[in-house]
Design a protein around this ligand. Structure first.
Ligand code: SF4
Length: 290
């Protein structure tokens, strides 16, 4: 029996949506039965970057540079495709300084899972406007309303080439956990935009604000079953991702497993590259974590 790890002292603010993301991620890893020794969490800089330190399951964690988590994650996955690689980073980190890496990770379709902690602010540095804060919004740290238009992370991810694109909400932990499980199981680059209240600095997109608006989609069929459907499904997912205001949809917006992964593309051009590790070299997990 493998015991839970004693995490670092947690200094997230009370009520932070990061707690919901952490809980969902622990539950997803546990319910999927992943061997903790084969799971690597890669984080960027910001409040979200501390998540690997706080996880109680004894996975590996790499707390990297601002905006560079996806570059590290791609390297980890290519070096050992047997590892399950999960990226945790904020919207400032992934869509601001890390936007180039975000786009290029999508077009490569590396088999990793990317979780965006989307709170609209740079929480670690006192709440400046981050790339998903809408134009005209004035959170309590801003002297004037935000003058920049917001990035739509879902539309950007679909256009960039991510093959699993979903949105969830940090305080609906069970739903978020189920989306994370689907994303981890997906073959290719999976992206989840997690709407994450920051009660300390974002006094507009609060828990109460979200919970009046969020609903689970039941009418969208996001899965590409034939390559000829690809563009229509992309357009459908992108179009739906712009629904925002009185009603905000969560769920899977686009999924396509017909696209070769980056690992498969490399293997096709370099036969010595192994997309999986031979059975006799695998790390076998004999115990359980509780
Ligand atoms: Fe969470 Fe915001 Fe506090 Fe950072 S500043 S820990 S995002 S509530």
């Amino acid at each position: 029996m493998q015991a839970l790890r004693k995490p670092e002292w947690n200094d997230w603010c009370p009520g932070c949506g990061d707690f919901g993301i952490l809980s969902a991620e622990e539950m997803a890893i546990k319910e999927l039965g992943l061997d903790p020794r084969k799971v690597v969490l890669v984080s960027g800089i910001g409040c979200s970057g501390k998540l690997p330190h706080f996880m109680r399951i004894p996975v590996s964690g790499v707390h990297t540079l601002h905006g560079r988590a996806l570059a590290f994650a791609t390297g980890v996955k290519l070096a050992n495709p047997e590892l399950e690689v999960i990226v945790n980073a904020g919207d400032g980190d992934q869509l601001g300084i890390g936007a180039g890496h975000f786009v290029n990770a999508g077009r490569r379709n590396t088999d990793i899972t990317v979780i965006l902690h989307d709170n609209g602010v740079y929480g670690l540095t006192k709440g400046q406007a981050a790339p998903t804060l809408k134009r005209g919004e004035k959170t309590k740290s801003l002297p004037r309303p935000n003058i920049n238009d917001a990035i739509n992370p879902l539309a950007m991810a679909i256009a960039a080439g991510y093959t699993f694109v979903a949105r969830a909400y940090a305080y609906d932990v069970k739903f978020l956990k189920d989306i994370m499980k689907a994303a981890i199981k997906h073959r290719g680059s999976a992206f989840i935009d997690v709407l994450q209240p920051c009660p300390t600095y974002n006094d507009i997109n609060t828990k109460e604000w979200y919970e009046k608006r969020i609903y689970k989609m039941t009418d969208l069929d996001p899965v590409v079953k034939d390559v000829n459907e690809t563009i229509d499904k992309m357009k459908q997912g992108i179009g739906r991702s712009y629904e925002w205001g009185d009603r905000i949809p969560i769920g899977i917006f686009y999924q396509n497993e017909l696209v070769p992964t980056y690992e498969e593309r490399i293997a096709a051009n370099a036969p010595s590259y192994k997309t999986s590790i031979p059975a006799n070299q695998k790390v076998v997990h004999e115990g359980k974590f509780t």
